[in-house]
Design a binder for this molecule. Sequence first.
Ligand SMILES: CC(C)(COP(=O)(O)OP(=O)(O)OC[C@H]1O[C@@H](n2cnc3c(N)ncnc32)[C@H](O)[C@@H]1OP(=O)(O)O)[C@@H](O)C(=O)NCCC(=O)NCCS
Length: 173
Amino acid sequence: MIPTLDTRPDLATPRLSLRRPAERDIEAIVSIVGHWEVACRLARVPHPYGPEDARFFLERIVPAEWVWAITLGDEDRLIGAVGLTPEQETAELGYWLAPAHWSRGIATEATRAVVDFGLERLGLPGLTSGYFEENPASGRVLAKLGFVATGRVMRPCMAVGRDVPSVRMVLKP
Ligand SMILES: CC(C)(COP(=O)(O)OP(=O)(O)OC[C@H]1O[C@@H](n2cnc3c(N)ncnc32)[C@H](O)[C@@H]1OP(=O)(O)O)[C@@H](O)C(=O)NCCC(=O)NCCS
């Protein structure tokens, strides 16, 4: 049976547990997304970012999109998030991780689980994503997942307050 947003299953990887983000994550979300080095690499988060923004994420984005909190093994504490934003036929992959955990392959491990979920469990015909040109680490994550570049576009970055050069990516199963 195809899962629904309300019955979204938890996902597990060798090092990570992915679960639905919840009210108890507000402090961690504010601390991570409020970090300039995270916010400036994301399209749709304001800066500064406060508890009311985290509440908007929990009340408006989480129920409408396939978003998971990234947690380490048995620890419940949120260290990042990964999600699929539904599009007409496909969905757009997005993700962010606390800087303290960068460069250990965690984003690749978490996104791979969600990509597999989208293609295998939801039966999506493909996925889209994108990254700002000044964020090559994210481009590398997408390349490791098998995404390929389809072009360059200017894309709004809410935190920076203007359009910035970005690369569109697509994944076909
Ligand atoms: C992008 C982000 C999710 C990466 O998380 P991560 O757990 O460090 O990613 P991984 O360790 O799985 O992979 C990072 C890859 O980028 C590479 N990398 C890191 N910095 C790099 C740089 N400046 N230039 C090129 N490659 C770089 C790493 O070496 C690694 O590749 P490798 O496995 O081939 O060595 C994290 O930096 C983040 O949350 N950034 C802020 C939010 C964000 O950018 N979200 C994505 C928006 S499109």
